[in-house]
Design a protein around this ligand. Structure first.
Ligand SMILES: [Ca+2]
Length: 477
C-alpha cells in the first residue's frame, strides 16, 4: 500500500513538473552582416572564433537557418515571428527625414520582448535596433524595458547626418557613438543588464554594430592584429573581369572583416563567462546568430542582398538572394535540453524563434497570435518532427536599386524571380534565376530557361507561384 502511494505521488509530481512552463533566460546575440562561411565552427580554418566554436560544441548548430538578406527586415522577422512583408518593412530603413516619421515597425506589433513580458520577463535591447528612428518606433514601445546604444531621432530635431543622432549609453546621451571602444562598451552594458537581472527571467537582445562594413573603423587594434600579414584565402577574382579590385586589396578587406568577427567573438566570450560566473549557464537559452550574411569577393561582390561589385565607382548593385546572403550562422545552446555538439540541416528561419520561446515559456497563451514561424523545440530536443522540405521568402529591394525578389529554396534547387516595380520580369543580371545547388553550391551558373532543366523549372515555378498567391495577397504573378 505504502509503495503504491509513493508511486502515485511521484507520478503526480512528474505531471506537474512537465506541465509547468520553464522560464529560462533568453539571450540572442545578433551580429551584423556576418556570413556563415566566416565562423570556425562552420568550417573556416583561418578565422579565430573560439567562443562561437565553444557554443557550437555545447549546443546545436543549424546549417540552413534563413534570415532576410538585409538589416531591417531581418530584425523585424526575428522579433515578430512574421515574414517582414507582413509588417511593411521590405528593405533596410535608410536614415534621414522625413523617413523618421513614417518608416518603422507598426505600433502595437507583438515582439519577443512584449510577448515574454506577459509571463514576467524583463527585456533589454543593447546596440542596433534599425526598426525605425522616430519616437513612435523606440524599442520601449515594443516591450523592451531597457534600450541602449542605438541612434534615435529626437522629436522636432533634424539630423543632416546619421552620426549626429544621439544614443543613450549608461544613462548618458552620446552623439556619434562610433569608436574603437564601441563594441566593448556595448558588451559592458549587456553584462550589466545580466548582472542586474540575474534573479529573475530576462531576455537580452544584444546587437553589436560589428561586423557591418560601415563599422570596420571601430574594430579594436587587438582584433586586427590577429590577422596582420596573414595570407588569408580569398575568392579568385581573376574569374571576374568586372571586379575593380586586385587580390591584395581584397585580402586587406578580408583581414578587417575577420578582425571585426573576432571582436564580436571576444564579446561573446565575455558574456558566456559571466553566465558561468553567475551560475546562469544551465538556465539560459543562448542563441548566436547574424541578421544576414555577406559576400566578400564571391562573384566579385561585396555586401549582402544589396551587394555591389567590388571597387566599382559609382556602385553597381546586384540584388540577390544567394545562400551567402540569406543563410546565417545560427547556434542554440540550452544545456540539458539541446544535445551538445549536434548539427541540424533542417530549413529553419529566424522567424521560428518567437514561436519556440512561446512553446518553452507558455508566453502568448490566449493572445491569439498568428505567426509565420514554427517552434523548433522538437528539433532542439532531437525529436522526430514533420518539418519544412522547402523555404520561401521575399526581398523587395527598393533603395539603391530596385528588384522585387521571390525565392524558393529546396534541398537541391534555388529559384528566384526578379520583378520590376510593375511586376514584369527583369532582364540582364536581374533576370530570373535557377541554380542547381547540388552541382553548383556557389550559385555561379544561372540555369533559368535552359532546356535541360525545363521540367524542374516548371515544377518549381508552380510551387513558388502557389506560395506567392497564398502569402502575398496582391502580388506579382
Ligand atoms: Ca545587417
Amino acid at each position: 500500500m505504502r509503495f503504491a502511494w509513493l508511486a502515485l505521488v511521484a507520478a503526480a509530481s512528474t505531471v506537474v513538473a512537465s506541465a509547468a512552463p520553464a522560464r529560462p533566460n533568453v539571450i540572442i546575440m545578433n551580429t551584423d552582416d556576418h556570413a556563415q562561411w566566416a565562423v570556425g565552427a562552420y568550417g573556416n580554418k583561418e578565422i579565430l572564433t573560439p567562443n562561437m566554436d565553444r557554443l557550437a560544441r555545447e549546443g546545436m548548430k543549424f546549417t540552413r537557418a534563413f534570415s532576410k538578406p538585409v538589416c531591417s527586415p531581418s530584425r523585424a522577422m526575428t522579433l515578430t515571428g512574421l515574414y517582414s512583408h507582413r509588417v511593411g518593412i521590405p528593405d533596410y530603413i535608410p536614415y534621414g527625414n522625413p523617413i523618421y516619421a513614417t518608416n518603422g515597425l507598426p505600433a502595437g506589433t507583438p515582439t519577443i520582448a512584449s510577448v515574454l513580458k506577459s509571463v514576467g520577463y524583463t527585456s533589454a535591447l543593447i546596440g542596433k535596433w534599425h526598426l525605425g528612428y522616430g519616437e513612435k518606433y523606440y524599442p520601449e514601445h515594443f516591450g523592451f524595458d531597457v534600450a541602449e546604444g542605438h541612434p534615435y531621432a529626437v522629436p522636432g530635431k533634424k539630423y543632416d547626418n546619421f552620426h549626429l543622432m544621439p544614443s543613450i549609453v549608461d544613462g548618458k546621451e552620446v552623439f556619434g557613438f562610433r569608436n574603437k571602444q564601441q563594441t566593448d562598451i556595448l558588451t559592458d552594458r549587456a553584462i550589466h543588464f545580466v548582472r542586474q537581472n540575474r534573479e529573475k527571467p530576462f531576455f537580452l537582445f544584444y546587437n553589436p554594430f560589428v561586423t557591418h562594413q560601415g563599422y570596420w573603423s571601430t574594430v579594436p587594434d587587438e582584433d586586427l592584429a590577429q590577422y596582420k600579414d596573414k595570407p588569408l584565402t580569398v575568392p579568385d577574382l581573376s574569374r571576374y573581369p568586372e571586379a575593380k579590385m586586385d587580390e591584395a586589396g581584397l585580402r586587406r578587406l578580408m583581414r578587417i572583416y575577420y578582425g571585426s568577427i573576432t571582436c564580436a567573438d571576444r564579446s561573446l566570450g565575455r558574456l558566456l563567462a559571466v553566465l558561468d560566473e553567475l551560475n546562469l549557464t544551465q538556465n539560459t537559452i543562448f542563441i548566436f546568430m547574424a541578421d544576414n550574411g555577406m559576400n566578400l569577393g564571391q562573384l566579385a561582390l561585396i555586401g549582402k542582398g544589396n551587394a555591389s561589385i567590388l571597387g566599382a565607382k559609382p556602385p553597381i548593385y546586384r540584388p540577390n538572394m544567394f545562400d551567402r546572403s540569406v543563410i546565417v550562422p545560427f547556434i542554440v545552446r540550452w544545456p540539458g535540453v539541446v544535445k551538445a555538439g549536434a548539427t541540424s540541416d533542417a530549413f529553419v528561419s529566424t522567424m521560428d524563434i518567437l514561436p519556440t520561446l512561446m512553446a518553452v515559456t507558455g508566453a502568448g497563451t490566449g493572445q491569439n497570435l498568428t505567426l509565420d514561424g514554427r517552434s523548433i523545440l522538437p528539433l532542439l530536443k532531437g525529436e522526430t518532427a514533420a518539418w519544412r522540405n522547402a523555404y520561401s521568402d521575399t526581398y523587395d529591394m527598393i533603395y539603391l536599386d530596385e528588384s522585387h525578389m521571390r525565392m524558393l529554396r529546396t534541398d537541391r534547387w534555388k529559384l528566384v524571380f526578379h520583378f520590376d516595380a510593375d511586376g514584369r520580369p527583369q532582364a540582364g543580371v536581374k533576370r530570373h534565376e535557377l541554380f542547381d545547388l547540388k552541382n553548383d553550391p556557389e550559385e555561379l551558373t544561372n540555369l533559368y530557361g535552359k532546356q535541360s532543366v525545363a521540367e524542374t523549372q516548371q515544377q518549381l515555378e508552380a510551387q513558388l507561384r502557389a506560395w506567392i498567391r497564398k502569402e502575398l495577397l496582391h502580388d506579382f504573378q
